[in-house]
Design a protein around this ligand. Structure first.
Ligand SMILES: Cc1ncc(CN)c(N)n1
Length: 231
């Protein structure tokens, strides 16, 4: 009987990440339902904004790869569960495909990805990524920030593919890239890993992880703003 109560309690227990998502709902919605995303979803998107996003995101992804490499290194050193490395490695593999995709998409839109100057919001975000690459930053903080970065794109672009959306045909490929179910499952796998480590983390590490997630959400909002030319 007691065992059953414990199982029931575990089932109804709200996870750390879920608690943060509820607590910071407005910011999360701001990052995943941004006017730029709405404009893709309703078909009113400004082509020059989309092209700016494409150019700037290519620069961001180039900085994202070394960040993910450091998360992989930390998983190897700090996690005893081999699944962590499998999931992170699958993320790296999809980043490899992403470069090919960026090049294809750039030629489709007549955009050159070489010699693009990073804009301030992008530079700030890349600098933040670099700070997370430090060996002083715990694996729990890094893997949870990684989850947040991937999830913002997944949630945003999946919204553009939902029933009732009016996403233009030529933008569906972009939305599929991050909004597809496989990418959704990958984000859930990252969330489970992050949760597992957060459950065991000290209050101090949890606090710093929550702050890093909030930073990610703010940088994502600034990135969408920049894409729209609102900086
Ligand atoms: C700014 C940003 N955030 C997230 C992702 C998803 N990797 C991205 N490509 N760019």
């Amino acid at each position: 009987m007691e065992r059953k109560d414990e199982a029931e309690e575990a089932k109804s227990k709200v996870s750390v990440i879920e608690t943060w998502l509820r607590k910071h709902r407005l910011l999360y919605v701001g990052a995943t339902r941004h006017p730029f995303i709405h404009s893709i979803r309703d078909g009113s998107v400004d082509v020059s904004s989309f092209k700016r996003w494409l150019e700037q995101d290519y620069i961001f992804v180039r900085a994202f790869v070394p960040f993910v490499a450091t998360v992989l290194l930390k998983a190897w050193k700090e996690s005893f569960d081999a699944t962590d490395m499998d999931v992170i490695l699958s993320g790296m593999a999809s980043l490899n495909d992403e470069f090919a995709w960026f090049n294809k998409e750039a030629s489709k839109w007549g955009v050159s990805l070489t010699n693009v100057a990073p804009q301030k919001a992008n530079l700030d975000y890349c600098r933040f990524l670099e700070s997370l690459m430090s060996s002083e930053v715990e694996y729990t903080v890094a893997i949870t920030a990684f989850w947040a970065i991937e999830t913002v794109y997944q949630d945003s672009f999946a919204h553009c593919l939902e029933d009732g959306s009016n996403t233009p045909e030529e933008l569906r490929d972009t939305c599929q890239r991050w909004g597809n179910d496989g990418f959704g499952q990958y984000c859930h796998a990252l969330q489970s890993i992050a949760e597992h480590h957060l459950e065991k983390a000290s209050d101090d590490v949890r606090k710093r992880t929550e702050a890093a997630v909030l930073d990610v959400l703010e940088y994502e909002v600034a990135f969408w703003n920049m894409s729209q030319g609102d900086t």
